[in-house]
Ligand binder design. Structure first.
Ligand code: ADP
Length: 427
C-alpha cells in the first residue's frame, strides 16, 4: 500500500509539473505575439502620421519589419507581395470589421516555416488604401525547441522534487495508519486520539469492544472452569490421602461426578456458542414447524419437569417457518429448561406456538425489570447460586439470542419479580 501511494503521488507530481510547464509556455508565447502586434501597430501609426506617400513608408519603419499597401479592392499596390501578404487573406471579414470599428487590425499569419510566423498590423493609410506592417515572430515549436535543454534540467529537478515530496507525504499520510497497526497500539476512547484519522475511530471502537468482550469471555470461562476443578481436585486429594473413608468416599465421589457434569455442560455450551458464531452465514434452513419442535423439546424435558413437580402444557397449532430445526429445538429447549429450573414447587410451564412465534411462560420466580437486558449476556446470572445449583452454565439465553438472530427473530420478555416469566420469540 505504502509503495503504491508513493508511486501515485510521484506520478501526480510529475504530471502536474509538466502540465504547468506547457501552460506557462503557451501563455508566454501568446503574450509575446500580442506584444509584437501592438508594436507593429505603433509603427503603422507613426508611418501614417508622417507620410502620405507609399514610397516613403519604409523610412519610418525599422529594418526587421516589412510592409505592403493594400487597396480596398484587396490588390496589393506597393511593398511586399507573396502568398502570406495576400490582400484577400489580410482584408478578411474579421479584420475589415475591426478596421471599421477600431481603425486597426492585427494578428499572426501561420507560415510553413518551423521557426517563424508573421505578425502583422493593419491601419487605414488613405481613403482607398490600408497600410500593413509585418515582422517575423517565433513559432511555439521553435520556442520549445530552443528552451529544450533548459526544460530538460527543469524536468530533472521536478522528478527529484516529486520523488522526495512523494516519500515525505506518504510518510505523513501513513503515520496514523502505521500507528494503529503497530503491535503495541492499544485504542482508548477517552485518550487524545487526534493523531488517528477520525474516519477510522468507529472501526477502532468496534474492534476494541470486540477485543474487550473476547478478554472478558476468556476470563469468565477460566473462572467458571476453575471453581468445579478446585472442588474436584480437593475431593480427589482427600480420597487419595486416605483421610476420607467409608460413606465419605461415596459422598466425595458424588461431588466429583456432579462437578465434572457441570464442566461438561459448560464446555458443551461454549462449543455450541462458538459453532453458532461460525455458522453465521451458512446454516441450512428448511421448513420447520414450531409446534412439532416444541412438542419434542417438552417430551425430552418431561422427566426433569416431573422430578421438580412442574407440569408442562403445549398450546397453539402448527406454524411453519424457514429455519434450522436443530437450532430451533435448542432455542425452545433452553427456554423450557429455564422455565422449569427457575420455577416454584408445583408450578407450571406453558409453551404456545402461533403466528410464526413461540411463547414460553412459567409461574416461577420471575426476573426484575432491571435485569431483562442483562440476562442475555454471556455468563450473566441473576441468582448465581440457584443457577449453579440447578446445573446452569450462564450461557443458555446467550445461545437463545444467537439462534434468534441467525433466524432474524425478535425476543420479547415480560416478567416481574415473583410473578413468573414469559419469553416470546417471533420469527
Ligand atoms: P443459566 O444457565 O444460569 O440459567 P441463562 O443464560 O439460561 O443461564 O439465564 C441467565 C439468567 O437469567 C439465569 O441465571 C437466571 O437468573 C435468569 N433466568 C433465565 N430464565 C429465567 C426464568 N424463566 N425465570 C427466572 N429467571 C430466569
Amino acid at each position: 500500500m505504502e509503495g503504491k501511494v508513493t508511486t501515485y503521488l510521484f506520478y501526480t507530481g510529475i504530471l502536474f509539473s509538466l502540465i504547468t510547464m506547457i501552460l506557462c509556455m503557451i501563455v508566454f508565447q501568446n503574450n509575446s505575439d500580442e506584444q509584437m502586434v501592438k508594436t507593429l501597430k505603433l509603427y503603422c501609426d507613426t508611418a501614417v502620421a508622417n507620410t502620405e506617400n507609399e514610397e516613403e513608408i519604409s523610412k519610418y519603419l525599422p529594418s526587421f519589419t516589412d510592409f505592403s499597401v493594400i487597396q480596398k479592392d484587396k490588390t496589393v499596390k506597393a511593398g511586399q507581395k507573396n502568398e502570406y501578404t495576400d490582400g484577400e487573406k489580410l482584408l478578411n471579414d474579421k479584420n475589415l470589421k475591426s478596421l471599421n470599428e477600431k481603425k486597426s487590425a492585427g494578428g499572426i499569419i501561420k507560415t510553413d516555416s518551423f521557426k517563424t510566423d508573421l505578425a502583422y498590423a493593419i491601419v487605414p493609410f488613405s481613403d482607398n488604401d490600408y497600410l500593413c506592417v509585418y515582422a517575423e515572430t517565433k513559432t511555439f515549436a521553435n520556442t520549445a525547441n530552443q528552451t529544450f535543454p533548459f526544460l530538460f534540467v527543469i524536468f530533472f529537478a521536478v522528478v527529484i522534487v516529486s520523488g522526495a515530496s512523494a516519500i515525505i507525504l506518504t510518510d505523513l499520510f501513513m503515520k496514523p495508519v502505521k500507528k494503529i497497526t503497530s503491535d503495541d497500539f492499544v485504542f482508548n476512547m477517552t485518550e487524545d486520539n487526534s493523531e488517528i484519522y477520525e474516519e477510522l475511530i468507529p472501526i477502532l471502537n468496534v474492534k476494541s469492544k470486540a477485543e474487550k468482550m473476547k478478554r472478558q469471555f476468556t476470563a469468565n470461562v477460566s473462572h467458571e472452569l476453575k471453581t468445579p476443578l478446585t472442588s474436584i481436585s480437593g475431593y480427589a486429594q482427600l480420597i487419595e490421602s486416605g483421610i476420607a473413608a467409608g460413606d465419605d468416599i461415596v459422598k466425595f465421589a458424588s461431588v466429583i461426578n456432579k462437578e465434572s457434569q457441570r464442566m461438561l455442560y459448560l464446555v458443551g455450551d461454549i462449543l455450541k456458542l462458538s459453532e453458532l458464531e461460525e455458522e453465521n452465514t451458512n446454516i441450512i434452513k428448511e421448513d420447520a414447524d414450531l409446534f412439532e419442535i416444541s412438542k419434542s423439546a417438552i417430551d425430552s424435558l418431561e422427566v426433569v419437569a416431573k422430578k421438580n413437580g412442574i407440569s408442562m402444557t403445549l398450546l397453539g397449532d402448527s406454524t411453519v417457518i424457514r429455519g434450522n430445526k436443530n437450532l430451533i429445538y435448542e432455542l425452545i429447549y433452553n427456554l423450557c429448561d429455564n422455565a422449569i429450573r427457575y420455577n416454584k414447587p408445583g408450578g407450571s410451564v406453558t409453551v404456545e406456538t402461533k403466528n410464526r412465534a413461540v411463547i414460553v411462560s412459567d409461574t416461577g420466580i420471575g426476573i426484575d425489570k432491571k435485569y431483562h437486558n442483562r440476562i442475555f449476556e454471556r455468563f450473566y446470572r441473576v441468582d448465581k447460586s440457584r443457577s449453579k445449583q440447578t446445573g446452569g452454565t450462564g450461557l443458555g439465553l446467550s445461545i437463545v439470542k444467537h439462534i434468534a438472530e441467525l433466524h432474524g427473530g425478535k425476543i420479547t420478555i415480560t416478567s416481574e419479580l415473583g410473578s413468573g416469566t414469559q419469553i416470546k420469540v417471533s420469527f
